[in-house]
Design a protein. Structure first.
Length: 133
């Protein structure tokens, strides 16, 4: 499925208007980085995309397998790379599930979480082709 977004700067320093489908969103940087904190920062949207995709993927799996899944929460933290020790950036994803399922089903759902499209995209090599319009 193809996705598109249109991002346009505003008259505010870093505030951006994002249009995707029928939705309009705002992105900005926090005040400590010189923004006006009018909306989530770009990395917040990245984490939100991964978290919501994870939760939706688990919901779809549970529906297909008739697993009672009452609550899904996903907490994500982005840790930037450390040039001093050479570590790469990482995302820590903690998933909490509530419902009526076995330990085996829970283990399988953790595997399924890694199959969400955003997770797979982040783990793959993505070509980004830039040009001027």
């Amino acid at each position: 499925m193809k996705s598109e977004a249109f991002v346009e700067s505003t008259n505010k320093r870093y505030t951006q208007t994002i249009t995707t489908g029928n939705h309009t969103l705002i992105a900005d940087e926090p005040t400590e980085l010189g923004g006006d904190d009018k909306g989530p920062a770009p990395f917040d949207y990245l984490l939100s995309a991964l978290g919501s995709c994870t939760s939706i993927t688990l919901s779809m799996y549970a529906e297909r397998k008739n697993i009672q899944l009452d609550v899904i929460t996903v907490r994500l933290t982005y840790i930037p790379p450390n040039e001093i020790d050479g570590s790469s950036s990482r995302i820590i994803r903690k998933i909490h599930l509530e419902g009526d399922f076995t330990d085996e089903q829970e283990h399988r759902m953790l595997e399924i979480a890694d199959r969400c499209p955003i997770h797979k995209t982040l783990r793959s090599n993505v070509d980004i082709m830039s040009s001027f319009e």
